[in-house]
Design a protein around this ligand. Structure first.
Ligand code: NCD
Length: 311
């Protein structure tokens, strides 16, 4: 019997039920374990992934590609698609995705516009995975974030999780907060007033879980289990002066961690600019590089399920 993810797109984290997210997390754990024994599997032999990136990326694209290689599949990579693909000639995302569907069994796309993944999916005849559509969503980051929380803290239920920084434009926190709302968690949201979580999303979250919105970082750090730090998304600001006004709003220093909560788990989707001091990196709770590693397992699980190679 095929799994419920077979042949599906992943455009928003809301496309997945809690049970489907749990299936992906369980599969990620199995694949991580298998790869410790056998670095390359053959689950997706003969399958081709196309990565189409219209925006900069290091971790997302390379971890998807690493994941596909480890599953035994092949990869077609368009890393600067805005410049080097026919988008530069005016081709629509739907047409491009329709054509690429003839060359690959799965498309992973990142693009600066909100709902660009939906546009690609309208043209594609193979599944499309959203690897970030502007400031909207980044569902596969949410999967690896949940996987990381589970690994670092042993469980998701019962945790108090805080998100700090650019909650307005940060697509990772949009997808992760929606996913966390399936569990019994408390969510604290810390940002300057100009970068608060979009009101509609905050409202939706409050209907499902306890949400506190505040500007007081150290008080929340003392009380929470995990702190998810984000970069201020400079590329989303129309006026550079507005970016300059908020760019140094919150900086996590070693002293702040040690004086408020030395046990805290610190996450960040990366890249960081200056929001976590580098001397935090060797604290035991600094999980962000382990989090980036987890992208491979979560993405292997997702692709193996969508391409119906596991159950
Ligand atoms: C994030 C993104 O692209 O949204 N990076 C990532 O995928 N790990 C976060 C960011 O760029 O700040």
């Amino acid at each position: 019997m095929s799994n419920s993810l077979a042949g599906r797109d992943l455009l928003s984290i809301e496309d997945l039920s809690k049970a489907e997210i749990e299936l992906i997390l369980d599969q990620a754990a199995q694949l991580e374990e298998q790869c410790q024994k056998q670095p390359k599997l053959d689950l997706l032999n003969g399958r081709i992934l196309a990565t189409l990136f219209y925006e900069p990326s290091t971790r997302t694209r390379l971890s998807f590609e690493s994941a596909m290689h480890r599953l035994g599949g092949d990869v077609l990579s368009s890393a600067s698609a805005a410049k080097t693909s026919s988008a530069a000639k005016g081709e629509t995302l739907a047409d491009a995705a329709r054509v690429i569907s003839g060359y690959a069994h799965l498309i992973v796309q990142r693009h600066p516009e909100i709902l660009s993944a939906q546009q690609a999916a309208e043209g594609a005849t193979v599944p499309v995975i959203n690897a970030g559509d502007g400031s909207h969503e980044h569902p596969t980051q949410a999967l690896l974030d949940l996987y990381t929380i589970q690994k670092e803290r042993g469980q998701i239920d019962g945790l108090h999780i805080a998100m700090v920084g650019d909650l307005r434009y940060g697509r990772t926190v949009h997808s992760l907060s929606k996913a966390l709302a399936h569990w019994d968690v408390t969510l604290s949201l810390i940002s300057p007033p100009a970068l608060q979580m979009p009101p509609l999303l905050a409202h939706k979250l409050k209907q499902k879980i306890t949400v506190n919105e505040t500007e007081d970082l150290s008080a929340v750090m003392a009380a929470c289990d995990a702190l998810y730090v984000t970069r201020i998304q400079r590329e989303r600001f129309k006026d550079p002066a507005d970016y300059d006004a908020v760019k140094d709003s919150y900086v996590i220093t070693r002293e702040l961690v040690e004086s408020t909560n030395p046990e805290i788990t610190i996450m960040h989707p990366l890249p960081r600019v200056n929001e976590i001091a580098t001397d935090v990196d060797d604290l035991p709770g600094a999980a962000y590089f382990r989090q980036a590693d987890n992208g491979v397992w979560a993405r292997m699980a997702l692709m193996a399920l969508i391409l119906d190679a596991v159950e």
